[in-house]
Design a protein around this ligand. Structure first.
Ligand SMILES: [Zn+2]
Length: 483
């Protein structure tokens, strides 16, 4: 590959190593202020701890449990793809840093121009510049900054460097760049993709690298007759026909999928109750006749169908991934509803003890509550996907508290949660730094021995994911798949 010449695996790992070392040196200096006078042994001991932990974390592969990556070939059709705003350097900002830009006050007209495929990429810096200082230090901003540095060799975004960024973008975005970024540069073994390209399950061209979730949200919310019903060819006249539609998706893709996923928490709380079919038969007919449903009817129907889909997932031994907490986007987030997510999550675990639930995004900002659920319920798992860039410091706090509270075999520590592939690299650096800091602090504060800290790295970075999602068996099946 030509692009491999551009950035070798060694040079990037060296770069990432330098970031790790920087964190390590900084904290050594802070510790040194108090300790040099009294106990220099402690400093060298502490720095030794950090060195060992950082080294191991930065060398250990991740299994990435959550992405929205579009298929690689779709990136080459450029801005005509609905998930590609514009095919230039600004795509790195299009998910999620664009939200911080808007909440920092960027006017909508400037925003539209910034992402417009009609505007010269080199003219776009002037639009971003007034807001750059305000957004570059957030987790979203840092993930992009690290990516610019590691992928394009640009230390600081400015009028002077924008051309280098654009040239870097073009030379990296070439066939096979997904493998190059994810495997060679980021040391990710495999990703789990919740495709947003329309189909409930993506028949990916890279099944070993981009494993897929079945999206179940349209099976119960709506439900979505078009996206979920039509491909099955099943004529839908009753609730039992819709059950057959749900069965069809599981029968067709259940063995290839790693999990099922729902982001229905963007529309309501996850307080799904078991509702018998008889109770919603008439409501389903109303929906089929395009009559409007009351809020109460809508909830009954969704609740019933949610459990129908979730019970199918359990039959196929597929964990159920549910969005919890913080909302993507801007200027819309009903916290009074989100605050109930952890209590509802506990109810789900209670209702279906045989179903493995994966609560995503640490339910930020309500992560302490979620830890109590992982401690209490055998079938509760927590995925830190997205969390490191929502709030890197809170994520470190979460992991630190999690590891001294709940069993270490139920936490998943990385998912980039991105549509464009590039910033997964920056996000993974932030996550590795956060994991290494978490473990270093736990050792320095006396909660963990160094030996135990080193031992927990493999499970939380990839071992848990391999077990929870049954990846060994999935890899075998996916090796032979022909869609
Ligand atoms: Zn997501």
């Amino acid at each position: 590959m030509k692009n491999k010449k551009l950035i070798s695996r060694r040079s990037t790992l060296k770069g990432i190593g330098a970031i790790g070392a920087l964190t390590f040196l900084n904290s050594k200096t802070v510790l040194g202020k108090d300790e040099t006078r009294t106990n220099s042994d402690l400093i060298s001991h502490s720095s030794d701890i950090r060195k060992k932990i950082f080294q191991k974390v930065f060398q250990t592969p991740f299994i990435d449990t959550h992405e929205h990556l579009i298929e690689e070939k779709e990136r080459f059709i450029g801005a005509s793809h609905p998930r590609v705003k514009s095919d230039d350097w600004t795509i790195l900002f299009s998910h999620y840093l664009n939200s911080d830009m808007l909440t920092a006050g960027m006017p909508k007209e400037d925003y539209d121009e910034f992402f417009s495929p009609e505007v010269d990429p080199l003219d776009k810096w002037a639009l971003l510049e007034p807001y750059w200082q305000a957004v570059k230090n957030t987790g979203y901003g840092q993930a992009v900054c690290i990516t610019l540095r590691e992928l394009y060799g640009v230390e600081e975004l400015s009028a002077k460097t924008i051309k280098k960024v654009q040239l870097g973008y073009e030379s990296v975005r070439r066939p096979d760049f997904y493998k190059h970024i994810l495997r060679d540069l980021t040391n990710i073994e495999s990703c789990q993709v919740n495709s947003l390209e329309g189909a409930p399950f993506m028949e990916t061209e890279m099944p070993a690298l981009l494993m897929q979730d079945i999206s179940i949200v349209g099976m119960f919310a709506g439900p979505d007759f078009e996206q979920f019903g039509e491909p099955t060819g099943i004529k839908i006249t009753s609730l039992s026909d819709w059950h057959k539609v749900i069965d069809w998706w599981f029968n067709k893709y259940g063995r290839y999928a790693v999990a099922v996923k729902s982001q229905n928490a963007y529309s309501r709380d996850i307080n799904y109750e078991k509702v018998p079919g008889e109770k919603v038969e008439a409501i389903f007919k109303k929906r089929l006749d395009k009559q409007s449903l009351t809020a109460g009817e809508k909830k009954l129907l969704e609740d019933h169908l949610f459990w129908y889909a979730v019970d199918m997932a359990a039959e196929f031994n597929l964990p159920v991934k549910l969005h919890t907490g913080y909302y993507a986007g801007e200027n819309r987030m009903p916290l009074s509803r989100l605050i109930n997510n952890p209590a509802s999550a506990a109810d789900l675990c209670n209702i279906a003890p045989e179903t493995n639930f994966v609560f995503m995004h640490i339910c930020y900002p309500y992560y302490e509550e979620l830890i109590s659920i992982a401690k209490q319920y055998t079938n509760a798992h927590i995925d830190m996907c997205w969390a490191w860039i929502i709030n890197p410091v809170a994520s470190k706090d979460f992991l630190k508290k999690y590891l001294v509270t709940a069993p270490a075999n139920k936490v998943l520590t990385f998912g980039g949660d991105y549509i464009p592939v590039e910033p997964v690299l920056g996000h993974a650096v932030i996550a590795r730094r956060g994991i290494a800091l978490t473990l270093s602090e736990l050792v320095e504060e006396g909660w963990f021995s160094l030996e135990n800290a080193l031992k927990v790295i493999d499970p939380i970075m990839h071992g848990n994911a391999r077990r929870i999602f049954n990846l060994h068996a999935k890899e075998k099946v996916l090796k032979r798949v022909k869609w």
